[in-house]
Design a protein around this ligand. Structure first.
Ligand code: FO1
Length: 330
């Protein structure tokens, strides 16, 4: 079975780990292609960091820092400390020593003319994540967030997403822009993978700065909509009115969407009325949303969505694929 997932960072990576576990247990031959968000990418000390690609690669490859959900397990911070001693680091963004090696390899490849896709393939050759990991684009796309700042001209300031999220802790946001998206193209293989998919999954990632940024690359949303054979099944990143992790509530507020499992589903839209979703999984605490969403054309089911361990995320993946199978047999 050909599965495509549009993936952001930690939530998506943990879900994908469950998906692969479920596919193995159920002995279902499947090729999983992950289209990874690159709008979080940042260049620091001349190193190109791709947080969402690395989180998927490390998580599925067995190298992730298990508590942080980003960076490498067992990492140290000697480079970070030495940079600080030179007054040359970015203290608010931690690059562990092992993680730096990943960015050195990626940056060296890019400097030699490789594309981000080519560099990602080289890194994945080591990590063997068990999925085909494709950047959403090889072109520069950057999420920027505008916040109120009385000291700034016009009373507002626009920041790189990482500075907004990591340095400032994601205060209330006025706007989110995906710089460069309009000039970007889908990376090689992305449109083809979506076109040939038998199931398309939207894991529990941030609807605005992970899934939204992927869909902002011209051609990607269109490819999903054009594939009428593949059920599109999403899993809510919002449980009981709050994001399971991260700052999705502030990002949703910035685009005028309520922070609820139902509102995010409506934001993605029902396939029947020009939107993306055939089906949507909400957590059991949000079961009250099931009837209205289902009658709006999005087949909805309530299942536990908290990924405490791989058993939970595998069960979520099973529920998503079961829903997809139900729809495919429609
Ligand atoms: N997140 C933090 O909260 N603090 C950090 O210092 C930090 C460093 C970092 C380094 C490499 C990397 O791949 C990710 C890192 N992240 C850090 C997480 C990152 O902000 C998020 O993974 C995504 O960009 C949002 O999902």
């Amino acid at each position: 079975m050909r599965i495509v997932a549009l993936a952001g960072g930690i939530g998506a990576a943990r879900f994908l780990r469950g998906l692969l576990a479920h596919l193995t247990d159920s002995d279902r031959a499947a090729q999983v292609t992950v289209v990874g968000n690159t709008a979080d990418d940042i260049v620091l000390n001349a190193l190109h960091v791709s947080p969402d690609l690395d989180t998927v690669m490390y998580t599925l490859g067995g190298g992730i820092h298990p508590v942080q959900g980003w960076g490498r397990a067992g990492d140290t911070r000697n480079v970070q400390d030495e940079l600080a001693a030179y007054g040359a680091g970015t203290a608010w963004f931690t690059l562990g020593d092992r993680d730096v090696a990943t960015h050195l390899v990626r940056t060296e490849l890019l400097a030699g003319g490789a594309t981000l896709s080519e560099a990602t393939a080289v890194l994945c050759a080591r990590w063997q994540p068990g999925v085909r990991l494709l950047p959403m684009s090889d072109d520069p796309v950057t999420t920027q967030v505008t916040i109120a700042d009385p000291t700034a001209p016009g009373g507002a300031r626009t920041l790189h997403f990482q500075e907004y999220w990591v340095r400032l802790g994601a205060p209330a946001a006025l706007a989110v822009t995906v710089a460069g998206a309009d000039k970007a193209s889908p990376a090689p293989g992305v449109v083809e993978a979506i076109a040939e998919a038998e199931v398309i999954l939207l894991p529990p990632s941030n609807p605005v700065v992970s899934i939204g940024t992927i869909l902002a690359v011209p051609g990607i949303r269109e490819a999903v909509l054009a594939n009428h054979r593949a059920p599109v099944v999403g899993l809510s990143p919002i449980v009981g009115g709050a994001p399971v992790r991260g700052m999705a509530d502030r990002m949703l507020a910035a685009i005028g969407v309520e922070t609820s499992a139902a509102a995010v589903a409506r934001h993605y839209g029902a396939r029947g009325s020009g939107g993306l979703l055939d089906a949507w999984l909400v957590d059991t605490v949000d079961a009250a949303a099931v009837p209205a969403l289902t009658s709006s054309g999005i087949r909805t089911r309530a299942v536990p969505l908290l990924m405490r361990d791989t058993t939970h995320s595998a069960a979520m993946a099973a529920a998503a694929l079961d829903l997809a199978a139900e729809i495919a047999c429609r």
